[in-house]
Design a protein around this ligand. Structure first.
Ligand code: EPU
Length: 440
């Protein structure tokens, strides 16, 4: 059995207010950046999620003193005594996170060596690390593949380089930034990802003393510097969590105010939310998302890198689309295998077909490769409660939304996976008037 079993009495609108804190896809990276400083860093708006715990553990193993005030969301990171960690300890602490790979550049600068265990992360495709290893080699790192993982050394130090990414990968862009800021000389990164979380990491690094410029054509220039200091920064809010609660409000016919949500990071999501028939009011302190009554409308949407519609917004929205009138098409172009979660929705009464073809938009790199990466959703279909198993973080949250929207009782197994990216989601569900009981 997968950890965590939840019983959900569905068919009730989610109503109320919740707060989102810092982005899961920024906070752990900003924590890694602290390794590059000669003085302590302070990070604010830090949520209590599993990925933060994993990175705290890994930093502690490497001699960083980590102090976290959960209630205030303030993290103090003191890297003045960085040291090598034991391979077995790194492996044991890394858990299911992919963040260890981003330790490489900073550790090579600080210690001249780094080790990455076998990486986890959500099962949403192959999720290779070839871009990361090519980047590190291009800076001059020597990569040795061992049975327990990968060992990196930099006998001649790391030098600035020119990198052209085959795809605007978020992690590969972060890898380049975290390595280039202290490499000897200039680095040019072409075809970079420019997600808001990456721009927030650029802000963090600039505060530390880095010199980074971002061109309009996805080229980033970094001038390496000899020393970086600690930073003081407040993490940008989590736009994936925000969109997840927005879709939950829509799918259940509810009304949710998300404190801390920022409009500017979510323009594309808000456009789609409105096209589907959802309503929202933007305030300085957050965004209210609600179902204004009437029928929801079907849409055609394609996931893409920023400023496109995020892949992580896709799964929660698909649940709301099961309640829209007509045929919706969702084309997933970031991950080859991100529709596994729709099986459970079909079991609950949804009408969703997945296809290998690139439907409803431009041809993507998965089109000729046998991946089921387009979904056709016919609605509206009433959902009924069922016993379901959480497949991954975002798919899991979507299962939860489906259970909340469905008539009757559902048992959702494996909800501990959801802790990786949704802070206090059980108490948030409670404050939104959901009827949920944790059985295990
Ligand atoms: N890719 C490669 N080789 C690589 C790296 C990536 O082929 O070495 C491919 C991936 O397989 C994928 C595409 O490039 O098809 C994009 O992957 P990317 O590197 O952008 O993703 P990531 O950095 O591993 C981050 C987030 C994901 C989010 C993606 C896209 C973190 C910790 N994870 O992953 O978040 O979906 O960017 O925005 O920041 C989540 O939050 O649930 C999640 C999966």
């Amino acid at each position: 059995m997968v950890d965590g079993l939840l019983q959900v009495e569905g068919g009730r609108p989610l109503n109320g207010e919740i707060t989102v804190r810092g982005a899961k896809n920024l906070v752990p990276k900003a924590m890694v950046a602290a390794l590059l400083g000669t003085t302590p860093s302070v990070l604010g708006n830090v949520p209590l999620i599993r990925d933060v715990e994993v990175v705290s553990g890994l930093l502690t193993l490497h001699g960083v003193q980590v102090d976290y005030d959960q209630a205030a969301g303030i993290l103090h990171l003191d890297p003045s005594r960085v040291e090598a960690a034991h391979v077995a300890d790194i492996d044991a602490h890394a858990g299911s996170s992919r963040i260890p790979i981003l330790f490489c550049g900073p550790l090579l600068h600080r210690l001249g060596e780094a080790f990455i265990p076998d990486l986890g992360g959500c099962r949403i495709g192959d999720r290779p690390i070839d871009f990361h290893l090519d980047i590190l080699r291009s800076f001059g790192a020597v990569v040795d593949k061992l049975e327990a993982g990968i060992r990196l050394t930099a006998p001649d130090g790391l030098r600035g380089t020119v990198i052209e990414l085959p795809y605007p990968s978020v992690g590969a862009t972060e890898q380049t930034l975290l390595t280039a800021v202290r490499a000897d000389g200039r680095t040019e990164l072409r075809g970079a990802a420019v997600e808001p979380e990456i721009m927030d990491l650029v802000d963090v690094l600039q505060k530390m003393g880095a010199i980074i410029s971002v061109d309009t054509d996805r080229t980033i220039h970094i001038e390496g510097v000899e020393e970086l200091a600690g930073y003081r920064h407040t993490a940008l809010p989590d736009r994936i969590e925000t969109a997840s609660w927005a879709s939950a409000a829509l799918a259940t016919g509810g009304d949710v105010f998300v404190h801390g949500a920022h409009q500017s990071h979510m323009t594309t999501f808000l456009n789609i939310f409105r096209k589907v028939g959802g309503a929202f009011d933007v305030r300085d302190d957050g965004i209210r998302f609600y179902h204004p009554g009437g029928d929801l409308r079907s849409i055609v949407v394609e996931t893409n890198v920023h400023p496109g519609f995020m892949t992580d917004w896709q799964q929660p929205l698909v649940v709301a689309l099961t309640q829209a009138d007509g045929v919706s098409i969702v084309h997933e172009t970031v991950y080859e295998n991100r529709f596994g979660f729709t099986k459970a929705l079909c079991k609950m009464g949804a009408a969703i077909q997945v296809y290998r073809e690139c439907l409803g938009g431009t041809a993507c790199r998965f089109g000729q490769r046998n991946f089921y990466h387009s979904a056709v959703i016919s609605g509206p279909t009433p959902l009924r409660g069922a016993d379901i198993v959480v497949p991954d973080l975002r798919g899991g949250f979507s299962h939860l939304i489906a259970a909340l929207a469905a008539q009757g009782t559902s048992r959702v197994e494996g909800i501990n996976l959801i802790d990786r990216g949704y802070e206090h989601f059980m108490s948030k569900l409670g404050s939104l008037d959901a009827k949920v009981t944790r059985l295990a």
